[in-house]
Design a protein around this ligand. Structure first.
Ligand code: ASP
Ligand code: MG
Length: 408
């Protein structure tokens, strides 16, 4: 008998029928003798609807009040799921984040969990009940409702699993696991039986939308055993996110290809090549709360150099505006930008022990005539920036070049 935390995303609870299906699945696990804590998202589309509603009343919604509003999505699904379980004879009880006491800081709309009180949940579990908890939400010291940022129910699930020392945290979603890449682009993409925690973290931060990055960080910190599965399949083992040291991994060099369409590039040309320039350029960008990702500075020539970096596409106009101001100030030649770029990354812990991975990647892209505009690497990933019109081609040829369509 195990203690299992199951998290169901918005599509999994998107209609009364689907909520009943979730109840049946929970009942099945319960019948096997397990203790079950369920974390749910709002019904699909509901959080967007609530945000739009708030914006219709106040263009820039007050953050505290916005959290009061958006947290209601999850409050509805916990009640509905509890009813669906009771309807099939399973004792269940729903809890909002505040009722559990998922204590967070007071950063409305992106609060961080500080502690979770497990007392009420334990008591219910001991009395044989299924515990249902609203994802995405918590409460601060003053009793204000907070939310954890978009996609935050994943983090709720993992954090509850950590607090309860659950044997496994199962994330149920609309795909049956983590794939080598997006199957909509590469039909040969394969579901991975296992992926290391580090690889999953890279995949999540490089644009794979399967898990919220923070939930993966949380799982790493507290060594929560995480599994991604489909809520639309009867069986299936999904993908287990493992800690490399405990597992003999599949022997592939590359585990997956991630990509991000939400990128833009800015270059400042003819920057004086002297100390303090990177700070003068990126300081104002950071002060405006814009995330800078890749950064390249060329070797100087004639006392000047070119400096390029990438930002999220939504922040491109804002960043260009800032840089135009900075440019005259530091005496560079010009600022140019491109918001039609994408980032493609190959990820794999196998890179550590294999050489030639980068050259295979670059050769593969060269053979298709795809120009690489920027490169960045870490121990287990290589990312390149390319023209967005080549994204799908790049992902397909790389998938093939690294034999990702063949079982390891
Ligand atoms: N309902 C929230 C959202 O749409 C949280 C979640 O689904 O994880 O972002
Ligand atoms: Mg989600």
């Amino acid at each position: 008998m195990a203690l299992i935390v199951q998290k169901y995303g918005g599509t999994s609870v998107g209609s009364p029928e689907r909520i009943k299906n979730v109840a049946n699945r929970v009942a099945k696990w319960k019948a096997q003798g397990h203790d079950i804590v369920v974390v749910v998202s709002a019904m699909s589309g509901e959080t967007n609807r609530l945000i739009a509603l708030a914006k219709a009343v106040q263009a820039t919604p007050d953050p505290r009040e916005l959290d009061v509003i958006v947290s209601t999505g999850e409050q509805v699904t916990i009640g509905l799921l509890a009813m669906a379980l009771k309807d099939i004879g399973i004792d269940a009880r729903s809890y909002t984040g505040a009722q559990v006491r998922v204590l967070t800081d007071s950063t409305f709309t992106k609060a961080r969990i500080q502690s979770i009180d497990d007392a009420a949940m334990r008591k219910d579990l001991n009395e044989g009940r299924v515990v249902i908890v609203a994802g995405f939400q918590g409460v601060d010291e003053e009793g204000n409702i907070t939310t954890l940022g978009r996609g935050g129910s994943d983090t709720s699930g993992v954090a509850l699993a950590a607090a309860l020392k659950a044997d496994e945290c199962q994330i149920y979603t609309d795909v049956d696991g983590v794939y080598t890449t997006d199957p909509r682009i590469v039909p040969e993409a394969r579901k991975l039986d296992r992926i290391t925690f580090e690889e999953m973290l890279e995949m999540a931060s490089l644009g794979s939308k399967i898990l919220q990055i923070r939930s993966v960080e949380f799982a790493g910190k507290y060594k929560v055993k995480l599994r991604v599965l489909s809520s639309f399949q009867e069986d299936g083992e999904g993908t287990l996110i493992t800690f490399e040291e405990d597992e003999k991994m599949e022997k592939a060099v590359i585990s997956g290809i991630a990509f991000n369409r939400d990128e833009a590039k800015i270059t400042i040309k003819g920057v004086p090549d002297k100390p303090g320039i990177a700070y003068q350029i990126l300081g104002p960008v950071a002060d405006a709360n814009i995330d800078v990702d890749m950064i390249i500075q060329n070797v100087g020539e004639d006392g000047t150099t070119d400096f390029s970096f990438t930002v999220p596409r939504g922040e491109y106009a804002k960043a260009m505006g800032i840089l135009e101001g900075v440019q005259s100030h530091i005496g560079s030649k010009s600022v140019i930008g491109d918001d039609k770029i994408n980032k493609v990354s190959i990820v794999g812990v196998g890179m550590r022990s294999h050489c030639g991975v980068a050259s295979t990647m670059f050769r593969t892209l060269a053979e298709e005539g795809i120009n690489i505009q920027m490169i960045s690497t870490s121990e287990i990933k290589i990312s390149v920036v390319i023209d967005e019109k080549y994204l799908e081609l790049a992902v397909r040829v790389l998938h093939k070049a690294f034999n990702l369509d063949q079982a390891a």
